[in-house]
Design a protein. Structure first.
Length: 236
């Protein structure tokens, strides 16, 4: 059992788009579809589902911090919940519990966008299935995806183009603050200072620091893609 919890995993390295990765993404995709299929049922018992999902995300992120402490692997350089996916996991729980429309406007783009990207290109190194880190990673990110889709399907929340640009501005300012924190701590939060070890989208965006500009453009493009279903529906 220790094999599946040890920080220095002896399991085989994680491989992007391996069978275990594809199956995991498939499970998250199926749950995402089911949110819309059973939207009427969720409307009836939405409160209980929202609370359960919020607690699941919080427990997942808290267990990650406790695991790092137990394995003596917690450090200011690596373990602070400053990655965009960490921040949006916390905000997803708050959004589910408060049903905040304003928070949804940020979460739909920042939370859904960052979580989908993380699910597609996880930075998991040697933490392959069924290691605790693998399971925690996909539970947390998948939970954020479901939280955002739940707001759309059940509460009929809709993002706006103005909130999209506000989110871009907020994320850009936040990234600038993290850059100076990285310089101070010698860390690499948000991958601003260095690309992840595993294959990722950043590998195709050029060397540092030019990939930061490319990443900004990719963020804008991906946010437009997330907004496009609502734009198309309104036009039709």
């Amino acid at each position: 059992m220790q094999t599946y919890f040890h920080v220095h995993s002896k399991l085989h390295p994680f491989r992007i788009f391996s069978l275990e990765h594809i199956v995991t993404m498939g499970i998250i995709f199926v749950f995402s579809i089911l949110v819309f299929v059973f939207k009427n049922k969720l409307e009836e018992k939405g409160k209980y589902f929202r609370i359960t999902l919020a607690l699941l995300i919080l427990v997942s992120d808290t267990s990650q911090q406790l695991w790092l402490l137990y394995e003596h692997a917690w450090s200011l350089k690596r373990a602070l919940p400053l990655q965009l996916s960490d921040l949006t996991a916390i905000l997803a729980s708050v959004m589910l519990l408060t049903m905040s429309y304003r928070l949804f406007q940020f979460m739909y783009f920042a939370g859904l966008g960052s979580s989908i990207l993380a699910i597609l290109t996880p930075d998991l190194s040697r933490y392959s299935f069924p290691h605790f880190q693998y399971i925690e990673f996909f539970v947390s990110h998948g939970g954020v995806v479901l939280a955002c889709l739940l707001m759309v399907a059940v509460l009929d929340f809709r993002p706006t183009i103005s909130s999209m640009w506000a989110t871009i501005l907020i994320v850009s300012i936040y990234s600038g603050c993290i850059f100076f924190l990285n310089k101070f701590l010698g860390s690499k939060y948000l991958y601003i200072m260095k690309k992840p070890r595993n294959a990722s989208l950043l590998d195709y965006l050029g060397p540092w620091p030019w990939y930061l500009i490319s990443l900004e453009l990719v963020m804008i493009f991906s946010f437009y893609i997330l907004y496009s279903p609502f734009w198309i529906k309104r036009k039709l």
